[in-house]
Design a protein around this ligand. Structure first.
Ligand code: DAV
Length: 367
């Protein structure tokens, strides 16, 4: 066999093959440093852990299955992971935690860059083994595609030295969190390289990486050394008191156009590469909801966590009417997808997918 299965260099070229996550047996993990730092202080999730209610798992799976079928109906190949038993504890020589997280969302774990799929280090203990959910697929791509590069970043130790103890207090307050974010003081330390794949956006030759709770500067440096033919840019979005993952903050739609969360604007001194090359950064529309659904880690800004199918077509969550309206005005055809009841499992339409194949090659958009 001699066909290319894995190839994806950016967030917008025509999508042909994608992984969609599964909600089976997902857990709310026990307390641990980096995860706790992300749970909003007034959240209904504080202090409880265990398997998620079965009816919410069934509902999320129904929505994910329907989304997968919608993509298939458009001619896109869709693969699904094979869930491991997330109720099992994780024990290494360095730490122990009582359960895992789930096989949602794949975008957090798998970073596709051209012919390579890279398993991220991850930064939560409960997600240490999450890559195993995707190994059956990656093994298959390995058999099918002689040029596929299956890579894994060094597994981190995740001892207490990886986390700043001042983030462990129950009540920090949003004001102090915003100040810390401004000062780039995040929950993770610089003990060892850490990154989640969802902190990385792919723009052909350039990778844009958010420095925050789930990705530290050493993680960004690791990516720089691992992808020597790319330019790797660290970015920050100071308005976010819980900065994890870039994909509800900064959303490229096509060459030259990016949506930016108006509460988390990219600072002026980090806009140079976009401005010099005539890229437009526009404020995203307001979310349709005032609060996230129950037992959800993410903010209401999953409204802008869209999946671009090609430079003229975008999947938007069905209830996010303002976001859909804005897409329409920006000249995009909108595909409505119902997913809100699956948000609690780790995110929206971009999160719950991972690219395998998009048409096109590695372009230089910022010469
Ligand atoms: O706004 O809570 C969610 C990103 C999930 N991948 C937020 C970020």
């Amino acid at each position: 066999m001699n066909k290319t299965v894995v190839n994806s260099w950016n967030e917008w070229d025509p999508l042909r093959h994608v992984i969609v996550g599964r909600a089976d047996n997902c857990h709310i993990p026990p307390e641990e440093p980096a995860l706790d730092a992300k749970v909003p202080e007034d959240s209904d999730m504080r202090g409880q852990w265990g398997k998620r209610p079965q009816e919410t798992i069934d509902r999320a799976n129904e929505l994910l299955d329907t989304f997968a079928a919608q993509l298939q109906a458009r001619g896109i190949r869709v693969d699904r992971p094979v869930p491991i038993d997330h109720s099992q504890p994780v024990t290494t020589p360095d730490f122990h935690t009582g359960s895992q997280f789930g096989c949602m969302p794949p975008r957090d774990v798998l970073l596709t860059v051209g012919p390579e799929i890279l398993e991220a280090t991850m930064s939560y203990r409960c997600r240490w083994f999450e890559y195993l959910n995707y190994r059956p697929l990656l093994q298959r791509y390995w058999e099918e595609d002689p040029n596929f590069r299956h890579e894994a970043a060094p597994k981190p130790r995740l001892t207490d030295a990886d986390y700043h103890p001042d983030y462990l207090s129950e009540k920090i307050g949003v004001e102090k969190r915003l100040k810390w974010a401004e000062e780039k003081h995040f929950v993770t330390t610089e003990e060892e390289p850490l990154f989640d794949a969802a902190d990385v956006l792919r723009f052909g030759r350039d990778l844009v990486v958010q420095h925050g709770f789930t990705t530290n500067l050493k993680g960004i440096e690791w990516l720089r050394r691992h992808f020597p033919d790319h330019r790797v840019h660290a970015v920050n979005f100071p308005g976010d008191p819980y900065p994890i993952h870039i994909d509800a903050t900064f959303t490229p739609l096509r060459p030259g156009l990016i949506l930016n969360n108006p509460q988390r604007r990219l600072p002026k001194d980090q806009r140079g590469m976009f401005e010099k090359n005539g890229w437009e950064i526009v404020d995203a529309a307001q979310p349709a909801h005032n609060a996230p659904p129950p037992l959800c880690y993410s903010s209401v800004w999953l409204s802008m966590n869209v999946l671009v199918l090609d430079p003229k077509t975008v999947c938007v969550e069905k209830s996010e009417v303002y976001q859909a309206e804005q897409m329409d005005k920006l000249g995009m055809e909108v595909v409505e997808v119902e997913l809100r009841d699956a948000y609690a499992f780790g995110g929206g339409l971009h999160c719950c997918t991972a690219d395998v194949y998009r048409e096109g090659g590695c372009e230089d958009y910022f010469p």
